[in-house]
Design a protein around this ligand. Structure first.
Ligand code: HEC
Ligand code: HEC
Length: 438
């Protein structure tokens, strides 16, 4: 990378003045920067510029601003509401606004796993739903919900002419796949739970509704099912859907995605924002010979620091009271660290060795892939797998990248068989209780 591109990369990943200030404080001073040419250029830069170049020497390192409430609040808004201009894909190309207005009534929307944010509903709408006065079988009601910004992860632009609402554009946000609701009002309707993967969502079924999708693509999209999405199919043409993972509990984990493609969350946010959501910006990955640019107005780079801060601020949720047997879990911890040999890979505070190494597919129990799909690792930048961080496991079955283990019992059984651990039934049961307690 030239100094110039490194500099612009750093400017791009450091969003606010506040971030620059922190950056100057935390990272090596310009005079530590190696290279005479760099030093000469630094000497001619302003103080802020010099700080940015120091950032550039740590390229790929977006500052951790998760302790800064203002930045976290900004990131929350981006996570929930920002489409990065992806209406270009979901409206102009896929024409989903027409599909929704014509055929997606709220009952259908809920059946493909879309969630409704109860806190965005005004009292009269809540009363109307409770009294049965709101027509949940009419697409017009969906348009009303979009106008209220009440459909989690879907942003609609609604214009009103002569009292009639029409949906003129639609886009998606991160919350579509990585938020759900607590069902406190009704199934699928409640308070937002950000970072919790939406395993009711059927992204393939939704995309397959688009008139722009070919019959062959429709077969692939239709094969994924709920809670699954293949974030590479549109690029490499291979079909191997991934379980939508949590976006919480990632603080201190410096290998992101199940194959550790990025050193930080922002890497993957840029990937998904550009290559999957269709947001305006640029993603390039030399290891995959991948270069994708959408639009000429970058609507992503400046938001990555705050977006990452928000995700880093989300802890893994604690297991509900009474959901595991504490005595058995304590015995299970001994199995985890002893006969099960789990802690040889799942060690440290986050229960992963991700920061020091990745694992060849041959060491990992979740391959071969189901349905004859190609190795997921083979399609990625690292070709390896990251030991999964294990906190919050109770919340997000099914397990492994391909969802091949429906329960924690199945996970333990898989390890016991594939790794020939020889655990007794009692040891296996205790280990399951320990995993439920994390
Ligand atoms: C259409 C569904 C979908 C959308 C939209 C989406 N993601 Fe994801 N996300 C996935 C899937 C599937 C993976 C798993 C990819 C992998 O591990 O290779 C993933 C992986 C991740 C990870 C990695 C988690 C880990 O354990 O390392 C993070 C963080 C994340 N997404 C955050 C986001 C953010 C932020 C956005 C918005 C910019 C976003 N995602 C948009 C489906 C989605
Ligand atoms: C050789 C290193 C290694 C050992 C030993 C190991 N794991 Fe793993 N573990 C991994 C990797 C890599 C993954 C990610 C695989 C995937 O997602 O397909 C993983 C995934 C998991 C998951 C799924 C997490 C999720 O979010 O879906 C669980 C649960 C788990 N391991 C528990 C255990 C237990 C229990 C043991 C001991 C019996 C164990 N592991 C031993 C490397 C290891």
């Amino acid at each position: 990378m030239t100094i110039q591109t490194r500099l612009s990369h750093c400017v791009a990943t450091v969003s606010s003045l506040d971030a620059r200030r922190r950056c100057r404080r935390r990272w090596p001073r310009p005079d530590d920067a190696p290279g005479g040419r760099a030093a000469r250029i630094i000497a001619t830069l302003t103080l802020t510029g010099a700080a940015l170049l120091a950032c550039a020497d740590n390229r790929g390192k977006t500052p951790d601003l998760s302790n800064d409430p203002a930045t976290v609040a900004q990131g929350k808004d981006i996570f929930r509401n920002d489409t990065f201009g992806d209406e270009t894909q979901w409206t102009d190309t896929l024409r989903m606004h027409e599909v929704i207005a014509a055929a997606v009534d709220p009952t259908t929307a809920l059946s493909v796993g879309l969630k409704v944010d109860a806190e965005a509903l005004p009292p009269e709408v809540v009363q109307g739903i409770m009294a049965g006065a709101v027509d949940l079988k009419s697409p017009a009601t969906t348009v009303t919900l979009l106008k209220l910004n009440a459909v989690v992860g879907v942003k609609g632009t609604v214009t009103t002419t002569n009292g009639v609402d029409s949906l003129t554009a639609v886009g998606i946000t991160c919350a579509l796949c990585h938020s759900t609701v607590d069902d406190s009002f009704a199934p699928g309707i409640g308070k937002r739970l950000d970072g919790w993967p939406n395993h009711d969502l059927d992204p393939g079924a939704i995309i397959a509704l688009s008139p722009a999708v070919t019959p062959a693509q429709k077969v692939v999209y239709g094969s994924w099912g709920k809670g699954k999405y293949d974030p590479r199919y549109n690029l490499d043409g291979q079909n191997g859907p991934q379980t939508i993972p949590p976006a919480y509990g990632l603080k201190g984990v410096h290998r992101i995605t199940v194959t550790g493609d990025g050193d930080e969350i922002a890497y993957w946010n840029r990937y998904v924002g550009v290559t999957q959501m269709g947001g305006h910006g640029r993603f390039s990955e030399p290891r995959l010979s991948l270069n994708v640019t959408n639009g000429t107005d970058d609507q992503i780079s400046a938001k990555l620091a705050a977006l990452q801060a928000y995700q880093l601020s989300l802890p893994a949720p604690a297991p509900p009271a009474g959901s595991f047997d504490a005595t058995a879990a304590a015995r299970g911890q001994a199995v985890f660290e002893g006969a099960g040999k789990c802690s040889t890979c799942h060690g440290g505070a986050q229960l992963t060795d991700a920061n020091s190494r990745l694992h060849d597919p041959g060491e990992v129990v979740s391959e071969p892939e189901p349905n004859g799909a190609p190795s997921y690792a083979s399609r990625t930048a690292t070709k390896k797998y990251r030991s999964a961080p294990l906190h919050g496991l109770w919340q997000h079955p099914p397990y492994f990248h391909n969802g091949t283990a429906p329960t924690l019992e199945a996970v333990v059984q898989t390890y016991n068989t594939r790794k020939a651990l020889g655990l007794t039934d009692a040891q296996a049961a205790d280990l399951v209780q320990y995993l439920k307690s994390l």
